[in-house]
Ligand binder design. Structure first.
Ligand code: BGC
Length: 402
């Protein structure tokens, strides 16, 4: 490779992502909080104060700006904005309006997700995504959020990882514990409900906010067939991933979220081999996943839907390994872009060490957080990625391109 590395196009955004439940703390009106605290809950560790992001957002935005980042993805919390059906909290909306304005004032592009895994208790109580009212309720929520997005936000996502939401709710229906998650197929009514709600909310947002581009963000598993298992792999991937990508064909953008790969044999997905290099979540260390996820997504949604990488990262205690993983992932992204993929942003997961859905142990953050004082300490990876954001240039060599 020639030296000099890869220069991301002008306007390309580089930043980091979070979600409300994982950073804000005390999201008491959400179905996840109820799930964490119900008797016999399978959740090992409840979210509690999380990292007090609800109160410390100014400090977090200052940090991201000082590090050099040009974008920040976060979610607004439905359970705070609409604590009872039809009752919209103006105070909660104003809070998020301040966060959006705060990002803009610091030169940071806000990328806003409306739903990141958590719903108000009442929504889940009447049947969640499969209920007949789901589409209408979610569209009404989108209409309530629209005024704080209009003129201030360019990219909004309706639902984060609808494919994972469908799987998680299928798992809950089946009673959890004994179910083999890797082979679980999402129930059709849940997937269809999510797709219908996405399309309805997209139209509401487009009508209310002329400059807003609306999409959703899909978990990409990078399904890889074993020799001879191509058909089985395609059949496995459709209900778990491609169905949700196909539903994005009329969207304004699509979010790619990629961490690792899944190998699929004729009789189903293979477990990660014992000897494989793994991360703190037990996933295979496989940074090449990102470039492959981008190529696959572009192939399904077609050339007219631009891509934002809305999540990519690694759970590790070893920050050098985070830099190595991210450098290799970005090199794969650069290759996909050289081949023509229309990618507009790279948002690392995660800005902060945060609540990883049942435990604080898997640390994905560029910034460490002391769980007692909530003090934030940027890791070397934060400065490394911030420099890339500032220069829009991925250097050649270690931690960059091969
Ligand atoms: C989710 C995040 C999560 C991350 C790492 C994605 O599935 O959107 O909420 O923390 O992956 O597991």
């Amino acid at each position: 490779m020639p030296t000099g590395g890869f220069v991301f196009p002008e306007g390309f955004l580089i930043g980091a992502s979070t979600s409300a439940h994982q950073i804000e703390g005390n999201n008491v009106n959400s179905d996840w909080w109820a799930f964490e605290h119900r008797p016999g809950s399978p959740v090992r560790e409840p979210s509690g104060d999380a990292v007090d992001g609800y109160h410390r957002w100014r400090q977090d935005l200052d940090l991201l700006r000082d590090l050099g980042f040009t974008a920040y993805r976060f979610s607004v919390e439905w359970a705070r904005i609409e604590p009872q059906p039809g009752h919209v909290s103006r105070a909660a909306l104003e809070h998020y309006r301040r966060v959006i304005e705060g990002a803009r004032e610091r030169g940071i592009e806000p990328v806003v997700t409306l739903h990141h895994f958590t719903s108000p208790r009442w929504f889940t109580g009447f049947g969640g995504w499969a209920a007949p009212q789901a589409t209408e309720r979610f569209a009404a929520y989108a209409a309530a959020v629209a005024p704080i997005l209009d003129g201030a936000v360019r990219y909004a996502a309706t639902v984060n990882e609808p494919n994972m939401v469908a799987l998680m709710h299928t798992l809950i229906r089946k009673g959890g514990a004994d179910t083999d998650f890797a082979r679980l197929e999402p129930d059709d009514d849940l997937s269809a409900g999510l797709i219908g709600a996405h399309h309805a909310a997209r139209e509401v947002l487009r009508a209310a906010c002329p400059d807003l581009r609306v999409g959703w963000t899909v978990a990409n598993q990078v399904y890889q067939p074993e020799p001879g298992a191509e058909d089985a792999c395609r059949a496995h991937a459709w209900p778990r991933e491609d169905r949700f990508l196909e539903a994005a064909r009329g969207d304004d953008w699509i979010g790619v979220q990629s961490y690792t790969r899944t190998r699929v044999a004729a009789d189903g997905p293979l477990p990660v081999p014992e000897e494989a290099d793994k991360t703190l979540t037990g996933w295979e260390y496989y940074p090449a996943a990102l470039g492959q996820a981008v190529r696959h997504t572009a192939g399904v949604v077609g050339p007219d839907v631009p891509i934002l990488v809305t999540e990519n990262g690694i759970a590790t205690d070893d920050d050098d390994r985070r830099i190595a993983y991210t450098g290799a992932a970005l090199a794969g992204l650069a290759d996909a872009m050289r081949e023509g993929a229309d990618v507009r942003a790279y948002l690392h997961w995660s800005a902060l060490d945060n609540y990883e859905w049942g435990s604080y142990r898997p640390t994905f953050g560029l910034v460490a957080v002391d769980r007692t004082t909530f003090a934030r300490t940027p890791k070397p990876s934060a400065r490394w990625l911030g420099a890339i954001a500032r220069d829009r240039r991925l250097p050649a060599g270690p931690g960059g391109e091969e």
